[in-house]
Design a protein around this ligand. Sequence first.
Ligand SMILES: [Zn+2]
Length: 119
Amino acid sequence: MENKTNFTSNRFQENCQKILLDHPDAIGVAYKVLDCGCSLLCGVSAQGDPIGILRHLSGQPSKKGKMPPICLKCKIDTGLKRVVWEGIYWPGVENEQPDKSFRLLIGRKVFGPGYFEPD
Ligand SMILES: [Zn+2]
């Protein structure tokens, strides 16, 4: 899937790390990847509640040393109806992360009962 490159990108990881640093009670970061390449990020508590504000990460290519431009598509409709992928970013290496049943529990609280994790 083409969008994989987006959500494993450095910028995506940096933003997730920043949210976790800003909100020590966030255990992960919920994200939605949009069809324009942008993503929406929000911290998640151990109870599956949102923490902090919803951040918009532009998928537009950035020019050297400058912030990436605002995505015009998102400016018009905020993108919530154009989600192509959603999930939760868990910090740390695999064996430091919560186990799968807990990750699914939180994921379902955030995204609804249809949430699953790809293997
Ligand atoms: Zn966009």
